[in-house]
Design a protein around this ligand. Sequence first.
Ligand code: ZN
Length: 75
Amino acid sequence: MMCVICKQDEVRLGKATVVFERAGTTVVIKGVPARICANFGEEYVGELVTGELLQTANAAAVAGVQIEVREYVAA
Ligand SMILES: [Zn+2]
């Protein structure tokens, strides 16, 4: 894939930290598999993983969690 910011192809596989904030709930998920641009460190998380993370964030919001920090676990 190509980085949309610098239009070059130098992305490597790595781990990202993703933060969701909504309605007073903050969910921080560490160790998310991502492609990371070698230039400026832009992180790209795949659609499938993003969907999983959104479900996690929604569940936390419904449960009334204020802040939660967790490690990514592959579904
Ligand atoms: Zn880039």
